[in-house]
Ligand binder design. Structure first.
Ligand code: PEP
Ligand code: MG
Length: 748
């Protein structure tokens, strides 16, 4: 096919297909008619439709030209024969001599041996493989590029218009399951497991009309849509002109695509062949996806991802479909998104059972929120956002970072067993709620919880925590479009203390900056944000926010004890200056006649190795110290806590890191300053036992970890474990983990 004639032929064929699909009657008859029309229009003796019978099997479901007896009998494995290869690769095979092709499989029951020319194209929707459309002819010839293109357009319409699953019923009944199980391996952002149903943050756009009757009109619609897309991107860029950074880079790439002539030209060609504007966008998107699957080059993959995003935006413009499709949230919703902001995630609140992000990172704002909501989170989960559909069954394993989408029954059963076992254990832990964490040797360790939201406070009672050892104050800043007001913060902090019902709460001042950019803050383009202008550094340079937060804390703590902790202190003078600012605020409050807290305890977070070696006077100047093990460990080993390639590389239980911790414990004891540990390791039973064995007497962790840690502590002799740890630190192997784990197994 070529030129205007081919275009009008193609349009005629698509319209015939549409009419056939809309006609009443048995679905098999409709499918038979379709193959007849296609063969007739393209001028081949054979046209066949193979559909997935199950994830691994394709079945011949209709044919014009092959033997009718073979329909619903001829089957191929995925990857087997030319048809199986088309399905596996997601791209066409075009050959004048099929038997000479690698992987050719002769199927005698079909009588196909007399048709050497073969053109097969995948029938696929974005993110969904449905089957293969094949034409064959007796005359040995290569099909032209235009013919190939035309057949892809036909396949696109088939994929969109037909609920093809119904056709594949065959003799033994039942629709084909073309939605396959899929496994995604991401990174654990928050531990825990959940079973539920997919709830897409950005639901897929549904193309209801793939055939365009009037190419002029469809072209005009496409061009208007693209113009609108461009102007939206320009507006976004203008908004971001305050600062550069990754957002701007991505948008710049988007703009590049949106202005790309070849992208637009291909879609216009699709329209000329009879597709509607939205079907043309989706066709190009589907093909970009198939290329994405095959692309090894990470840069190219990224760009194809961008094109994918752009296509979604354009589809939304063309169809007018927004995020809210009116669909009802399924039971036990598990949010699936490419990425999500903290405010949007908070909007879903406690409805969600889990969150899976295609991108994201362990330290992202969304991860902080998911941690506060105490729901399992997997980040970096690859293409999940384009594979999942609303309502799909999904299992999230936040411990391993593995996500099962539409799992097989055996996988689902194993997963349910795991969840049931965890629930059983939680029940056991609940019995310990009111009991102290006292080891068999009589050593008592205080177990506190970490929090960051008002909504976390009920866990104080539920978990049996003795107080809040770390209240992260970032969220209230991250989720607003402007700096929160002092009065609002004071109210929130007061409520937190009220809800703690007299149990202590340690408020950490804002740990923000660099990667945790506030929406209203000028983004800094820092090469190494974790080591950049953050936390107390920013607070000391931009004193207005720190002062305001301290005032809010003082107001909230009026008439009761208040604990404030400064994050990321790397040098004694930073703590001294922060404390001086606090003293000024206390004085100010006093002068204004505001009631003050009955006692104000001021601590520092020990998160950089430098401060572990600070002079004794620093230790003595603090009312308390808390080891931020997450940061301390990343700086000790020079291993980025958010970089998957290195973050698990070094073990907390290595003798050198434990030696550092031991030094900190000893120096704090000498100075008489209370010490706690509030990094993630505090909530891992083996690590927690080791920390206690090193002499730490207060651990602060996620509420869900308190039960397991307490359960273990109450069964072990910490003085014995201390001896083992001390000997290992002196003279141990790369990690003491095997020895400690073995000891705990024997003694706990
Ligand atoms: C830490 O670094 O261990 C810590 C508790 O602080 P954050 O995780 O908020 O950096
Ligand atoms: Mg930290």
């Amino acid at each position: 096919m070529s030129g205007d004639l081919a275009e009008s032929e193609s349009r005629k064929l698509l319209q015939r297909l549409r009419d056939t699909l809309a006609a009443p009657g048995a679905s098999q008859d409709r499918l038979d008619n379709i193959t007849h029309h296609i063969a007739d229009s393209i001028g081949t003796e054979v046209c066949s439709i193979y559909l997935f019978r199950d994830p691994q099997t394709l079945e011949l479901c209709a044919t014009e030209g092959l033997r009718p007896e073979s329909v619903h009998h001829t089957r191929l494995r995925l990857g087997e024969g030319l048809v199986g290869r088309v399905a596996r690769m997601g791209q066409p095979i075009n050959t004048a001599n099929a038997p000479a092709e690698p992987g050719f499989r002769f199927m005698p029951e079909t009588g196909e041996e007399v048709y050497p020319s073969f053109l097969g194209v995948p029938i696929q929707r974005v993110g969904e493989k449905l089957g293969v459309l094949v034409v064959q002819s007796r005359q040995s010839r290569q099909f032209t590029e235009d013919e190939c293109y035309g057949l892809e357009v036909v396949a696109m319409v088939l994929a969109e218009m037909a609920e093809l699953g119904a056709f594949a019923g065959g003799n033994d009944g039942g629709p084909a399951t073309h939605r396959f199980p899929a496994v995604f391996r991401g990174t654990s952002g928050q531990e825990g497991s959940a079973e539920g149903h997919v709830w897409l943050h950005e639901p897929r756009v549904v193309v209801t009309n793939p055939v365009g009757d009037d190419p002029q009109r469809e072209r005009a619609r496409l061009n208007e849509g693209v113009a609108m897309l461009r102007s939206r991107l320009d507006a976004l860029m203008a908004d971001l002109s305050l600062g550069a950074g990754d957002h701007a880079d991505v948008l710049e790439t988007f703009r590049m695509f949106a202005n790309s002539r070849s992208w637009l030209r291909r879609m216009e060609e699709d329209i000329d062949l009879g597709l509607s504007a939205e079907a043309a966008v989706e066709k190009e998107q589907g093909q970009a996806r198939a290329r994405l699957e095959r692309a090894a080059d990470p840069y190219l993959r990224e760009r194809l991802h961008d094109l994918d995003d752009l296509s979604n935006r354009l589809l939304r413009i063309l169809t007018g479909q927004g995020r809210d499709t009116g669909a009802e949230m399924p039971e036990n919703p598990i949010l699936v998104a490419r990425n999500i902001g903290p405010a949007e995630l908070l909007d879903y609140g406690r409805k969600l059972r889990g969150v899976v992000l295609a991108e994201g990172s362990v330290g992202s704002h969304a991860a902080i929120v998911a941690r506060s909501l105490a729901i399992p989170l997997v980040v970096n989960a690859g293409r999940i956002a384009s594979e999942a559909l609303n309502g799909d069954p999904i299992f999230v394993d936040g411990d391993t970072g593995i996500v099962h989408l539409r799992p097989e029954e055996s996988v689902a059963a194993a997963f349910r067993d795991k969840i049931a076992m965890q629930a059983e254990a939680q029940k056991r832990y609940a019995d310990l709620r009111g009991l102290p964490a006292v080891a068999t040797c009589g050593t008592r360790v205080e177990l506190f919880m970490n929090a960051g939201l008002m909504a976390d406070l009920p866990s104080l009672e539920g978990s049996g925590a003795e107080g809040v050892g770390l209240f992260r104050t970032e969220l209230q800043f991250l989720t607003r479009t402007r700096v929160p007001k002092r009065g609002d913060l004071a109210r929130l902090y007061r409520k937190v203390m009220d809800n703690a019902k007299g149990k202590p709460v340690v408020f950490r001042t804002l740990d923000i900056g660099s990667d945790k950019v506030l929406p209203y803050m000028k983004p800094q383009d820092e090469p190494n944000p974790a080591m950049g202008w953050r936390a107390i550094r920013l607070g000391l340079d931009k004193r207005g926010v720190l002062r305001m937060q301290l005032q809010a804390l003082l107001r909230a703590g009026a008439g009761r004890p208040l604990s404030i902790m400064f994050p990321f202190v790397a040098e004694p003078s930073e703590f001294a200056r922060a404390r001086a600012i606090l003293d000024e605020q206390i004085e100010r409050e006093r002068m204004h006649g505001h009631e003050l807290p009955t006692e104000i305890r001021v601590g520092a977070m020990l998160e950089t190795p430098s401060i572990a070696f600070a002079p004794r006077s620093f230790f003595q100047s603090c009312d308390f110290l808390s080891i931020g093990g997450n940061d301390l460990k990343q700086f000790f080993f020079a291993a980025d806590r958010e970089n998957e390639a290195v973050r698990r590389r070094y073990d907390t239980l290595s003798p050198s890191f434990l030696f550092l911790l031991k030094q900190i414990v000893d120096r704090s004891n000498e100075a008489g300053v209370p010490l706690s540990f509030c990094g993630e390791d505090a909530g891992r039973p083996i690590e927690a036992a080791t920390l206690a064995a090193l002499g730490l007497r207060r651990l602060s962790m996620r509420p869900a970890s308190i039960g397991p840690v307490k359960h273990l502590f109450r069964r072990i002799d910490l003085s014995e474990l201390s001896k083992l740890v001390a000997a290992g630190v002196e003279d141990g192997a790369a990690s003491l983990r095997p020895e400690i784990t073995d000891w705990l197994a024997r003694n706990g």
